[in-house]
Design a protein around this ligand. Structure first.
Ligand code: GLU
Length: 308
């Protein structure tokens, strides 16, 4: 299959190059500045081979593609029992920033892939100060790449200054006793992780590290305890694409996570990681071209975890 990958992604790239549907996210003003023509597809195998086409070095902020990794970090630091007591593992069928199920039903976030769960997870990240917690997070994320992750401060400021909805979610979490401590710090940590800046090659290596049981195929660093890889992938599969997770499971069949910057990454366990970047998103917050690429790639390379 490996010698087919490059020609296949070249082909799929050209097929979708002229698709101009959707537009870059604008509720975080800095994200609206992305060039909608940017488009990249990168596949990294667990052997460390990289197949790439398009603007694979263009930087973007991780946004919600960061959520699975912070979840892994929190599981590793605090254990499954504590994390499960705070954040559930059920899909919501609601939008990524929904507040309704938190208020109406369980009074605890349904899962760590939606904003309420991810804000709670960020609040649990350990450290002696805000700076120390951020440093720990950056070090953890950097184990999945080949370089040190940095924060896009413009995106951070832009998100922090417009995050009225996320701020209300955090206050509700505090009200229900899911989180404690300084709410602003927890929110800032969440905004920082959403502002981690990388390119499609980096994100595909992060995906390949999950595909490789938590070991980075390029550096051989043990990024994540193997024990928690399955927790992350199962939640990406059931909740990673928010209120279109069912359709994604059916039409793509690969655990994946999207971000409103236009990135999507997917993990084929024991085989490879895939990342696509194209900033124009649909009403669910997913890259329009990203969805098309994953659907075609999965079908044409037989990547669905159910079609082996
Ligand atoms: N930072 C974004 C927010 O909280 C993440 C959403 C996403 O990427 O889906 O609204």
């Amino acid at each position: 299959m490996r010698n087919q990958i490059q020609s296949k992604i070249d082909d799929i790239y050209l097929r979708h190059l002229n698709n101009t549907a959707g537009s870059p996210a604008s509720y975080i003003p800095e994200l609206a500045k992305a060039d909608p023509r940017s488009f990249a597809i990168v596949v990294t195998t667990i052997g460390g081979e990289v197949f790439s086409v398009g603007d694979s070095e263009v930087l973007f902020s991780m946004q919600s593609t960061s959520k699975p990794f912070t979840y892994g970090m929190a599981l590793q630091d605090l254990g499954r029992v504590f994390i499960m007591s705070k954040v559930g593992v059920e899909p919501t069928g609601e939008a990524f920033n929904s507040i309704v199920e938190l208020e109406k039903n369980t009074h605890k976030p349904y899962n760590p892939m939606i904003n309420s769960g991810a804000i709670a997870i960020s609040s649990f990240i350990k450290g002696s100060s805000f700076e120390d917690r951020l440093k720990n997070m950056i070090e953890f994320f950097s184990l999945f790449t080949e370089k040190k992750i940095h924060v896009d401060e413009k995106v951070f400021e832009s998100e922090k200054n417009t995050a009225h909805r996320n701020r209300s979610i955090a206050h509700l979490l505090r009200h229900f006793g899911v989180i404690d401590g300084n709410i602003e710090d927890s929110l800032d940590l969440y905004f920082k992780q959403c502002s981690f800046s990388l390119n499609t090659i980096d994100l595909s290596l992060m995906a390949a590290t999950l595909a490789n049981n938590g070991v980075n195929p390029k550096t051989n660093n043990k990024a994540l305890n193997q024990e928690y890889v399955g927790d992350i992938l199962s939640l990406m599969f059931t909740c990673g694409m928010y209120d279109t997770s069912g359709k994604w499971a059916y039409s793509v069949g690969i655990p994946a996570k999207s971000g409103v910057s236009g990135a999507i990454f997917g993990v084929v366990p024991g085989e490879l990681g895939i990342a696509v970047y194209s900033p124009s998103i649909n009403e669910h917050g997913h890259s329009v071209r990203g969805i098309k690429v994953f659907q075609d790639l999965s079908r044409e390379l037989n990547l669905s975890i159910f079609r082996k």
